[in-house]
Design a protein around this ligand. Structure first.
Ligand code: PLP
Length: 297
């Protein structure tokens, strides 16, 4: 019998959104949609619906650590994706569990919900920076998160570049930073997403790629951050290429926002509707697009 090789897997470590739009639910939908297997470690619970987040309940830190350890000793995890952690104690537990992990760590620094509710206390930010972000190979902040992490304003390209340089300076393992433009001022009709990479010469010099696209005006944008980071993780697993993963993720998010916009789910800010992408013949997911009837994103 032909010897079977362990399939590469992702591991999402994130908060739970019971309404299904963001968090670990969005992570699993995205990875599955793109043809990647992912485990799922719940780091904290939230009580929320499309109208907003009512409660944030971090899990006991040891429980989170043991979940991660049990997955890592079994599955062939090549990529970890982190989202909302909920507390400094859980952040430290995640870092302890990943201490020996040498694969990719895509960190989505979830700090505040779009509704304004804090998803990580301000007082826990420094510990989070020193634990989970310290392990990241790729970071995917939005503009607000970048400002808070770097501690400086990000109102234009130069300020964004300076903030990213500060993160590269602070975190030696960081190879790429994707800055999502969705939080640009409401009046901006063009959104710019940016990929920064540490220059091959090392240090904090930056190589950047920008993608600008028209803003999709929609009520259904809940979970776009989680979906973007998971898409980047999945595409990186499939291509091993930061630029391809970035470009494909930007394209996927634009497409999902457009597909989701006409629909009504819940009574507040609705989610992205990942399952619709599966039903659209022109979308193409999977590892072998040439042989897939779905084609390519
Ligand atoms: N809830 C959970 C569990 C999340 O992980 C996130 C974001 O990553 C949110 C809520 C906030 O999502 P949004 O800012 O899209 O409302």
């Amino acid at each position: 019998m032909r010897e079977r090789k362990q399939m590469a897997a992702a591991l999402a470590i994130a908060g739970s959104d019971p309404s299904g739009g963001a968090g670990i639910q969005a992570d699993l939908k995205t990875m599955t949609m793109l043809g990647v297997y992912s485990g799922a470690v719940v780091a904290c619970l939230t009580v929320q619906n499309t109208l907003g987040v009512r409660e944030v309940v971090p899990l006991e830190a040891g429980l989170v650590k043991r979940q991660i350890e049990q997955v890592l000793v079994d599955l062939r995890v090549t990529h970890v994706k982190t989202g909302m952690v909920g507390s400094a104690a859980v952040a430290a537990a995640i870092a302890a569990a990943l201490r020996e992990f040498r694969g990719e760590v895509v960190c989505d620094p979830v700090l505040v919900a779009s509704s304004g509710k804090a998803l990580l206390a301000e007082t826990d930010l420094a510990s989070y920076d020193d634990t989970v972000i310290r392990l990241a190979t790729v970071l995917t902040p939005n503009l607000e998160e970048l400002e808070r992490l770097a501690g400086s304003a990000c109102r234009n390209g130069e300020e964004i570049e300076a903030a990213v340089a500060e993160l590269f300076r602070r975190h030696a393992r960081l190879r790429a930073v994707v800055v999502k433009g969705g939080h640009q001022p409401e009046e901006d009709s063009i959104i710019t997403d940016r990929l920064f990479r540490r220059s091959p010469a090392g240090g904090t010099a930056l190589v950047a790629i920008c993608q600008s696209h028209p803003r999709v005006r929609t009520a259904n944008s809940h979970g776009t951050g989680c979906t973007f980071a998971s898409a980047f993780t999945a595409y990186h697993m499939l291509t091993n290429d930061d630029v391809a993963a970035f470009e494909k993720s930007v394209e996927l998010l634009d497409r999902l926002l457009r597909l989701s916009a006409p629909h009504l789910i819940g009574h507040g800010r609705g989610p992205l509707l990942h399952h619709l992408a599966r039903l659209t013949p022109s979308c193409e997911c999977g590892r072998n697009p040439g042989r897939s009837r779905w084609g390519r994103w």
